[in-house]
Design a protein around this ligand. Structure first.
Ligand SMILES: Cc1ncc(COP(=O)(O)O)c(C=O)c1O
Length: 353
């Protein structure tokens, strides 16, 4: 059997959730959108179900997958509904919805929900991606109340730069949110992972931790005690010696600087490891750090075993996990851990804990 696999540590997932909740206080929705950031939405939600106050996903189909798997905790749709028929499903499956633009209020106005809707009203406090502007918020809130179809309204916003501790943007967003919501009742929800860890002033009634649940610290310079949840690993399936000066792999990107022992590893970009990873990107072979050499292929990649005489056929190769932080790989390929984790596919997923 091909040895490529993603090991998912569900104890670490629960540990990270509790860490988020205790750092923030109040309640916390576990964000499990995008297949739980690539970790498997159903197994992750099941592992968290007994502990969480609720879940957040991006859209209806993601929530329905969880409901079909027996998850009966509250589930918030972060993008809300796209059409009136989705609102019927929201009621049928007892889901909560974000309302972030006027069309969604119109849909609610025209609906006849059997039960009051649980709405999270989103304000655009400066990210300028989604939500009502400060001067539009009160009217949106009033329209929802006047519709007679809405139960509780939670007030929320989202930060653009909460993972950057030294920029003023988060403080500006906080100030804008507080000013615009001052006279409105209801719980508040502001903090994503970065704000949970780095911005206590943003801690209110509900946190919305995403990436930190999976143990990829959005601010890795200040260790926060998170445990990595995914280990992406495979094994050496062939070894060859190449002389100094010999090219290796597609495009002959790498040339051996010295006689080199090359380990061929059964994992490639079709499994989600980034093709853009440069020579020198760290990998761990049997727990010892070495480097990627040569361009990543679709199903295989190559690593330097020259200084690891004990490594050979069958040696375990960690692409990221406890030894190699996924953030380190993200940095090497100019992206974020979120994207790398979401892209893992085709490998076997094994759940522990
Ligand atoms: C509205 C909202 N809240 C919370 C999160 C979780 O963010 P993070 O993964 O940075 O914790 C996201 C993710 O994109 C989001 O869109």
């Amino acid at each position: 059997m091909r040895p490529a696999r993603a090991l998912i540590d569900l104890d670490a997932l629960r540990h990270n959730y509790h860490l988020a909740r205790s750092r923030h206080g109040g309640r916390a929705l576990a964000v499990v959108k995008a297949n739980a950031y690539g970790h498997g939405a159903v197994p992750c939600a099941r592992a968290l179900a007994a502990d969480v106050d609720g879940f957040a996903v991006a859209f209806l189909e993601e929530a329905l997958e969880l409901r079909a798997a027996g998850i009966d905790q509250p589930i918030l749709l972060l993008e809300g509904v796209f059409s009136p028929d989705e609102l019927e499903q929201v009621v049928r499956h007892d889901l909560w919805i974000v309302v972030h633009h006027a069309e969604q209020i119109r849909i609610i106005d025209h609906a006849q929900p059997a039960l009051p809707l649980q709405v999270w009203l989103k304000m655009n406090s400066g990210m300028n991606r989604a939500g009502f502007l400060p001067h539009e918020l009160r009217a949106a809130w009033q329209r929802l109340k006047d519709s007679g179809k809405v139960g509780d309204i939670t007030l929320m916003t989202h930060f653009a730069r909460a993972d950057e501790p030294h920029v003023v943007t988060t403080t500006e967003q906080l100030t804008a949110f507080d000013a615009a919501t001052r006279d409105l009742p209801g719980p508040r929800s502001l903090a994503n992972s970065g704000a949970i860890l780095g911005w206590p002033a943003a801690h209110r009634d509900w946190a919305r931790p995403g990436i930190l649940l999976y143990g990829a610290d959005p601010m890795p310079d200040e260790p926060n005690g998170l445990r990595p949840v995914m280990t992406l690993e495979s094994a050496v399936m062939a070894v060859r010696e190449i002389p100094a000066g010999a090219p290796l792999g597609y495009g002959a990107r790498f040339h051996a600087e010295r006689p080199t022992r090359v380990g061929l590893v059964a994992l490639g970009y079709a499994d989600g490891y980034p093709r853009t990873a440069p020579d020198g990107t760290p990998v761990a072979v049997d727990g010892v750090r070495t480097r990627l050499i040569g361009r990543v292929s679709m199903d295989m990649l190559t690593v330097d075993l020259t200084d690891l005489p004990d490594a050979g056929l069958g040696s375990r190769v960690e692409l990221w996990g406890a030894n190699i932080p996924v953030n380190r790989i993200a940095e090497a390929v100019h992206t974020i851990s979120y994207e790398l984790l979401c892209n893992v596919k085709r490998v076997r997923f094994e759940y522990q804990g």
